[in-house]
Design a protein. Structure first.
Length: 38
């Protein structure tokens, strides 16, 4: 039980950190475009 929970927690923690770096630049560009548009 403890191992399964620790694995799930590690997966939940690693997932966002792995996704953020690839999404942040695009999100920043989108925010800049929205700010310029408005």
């Amino acid at each position: 039980m403890l191992m399964c929970e620790s694995v799930a927690e590690s997966a939940v923690v690693q997932a966002p950190t792995a996704v953020r770096p690839s999404l942040t630049p695009r999100n920043e560009l989108l925010l800049q475009k929205l700010q310029i548009g408005t």
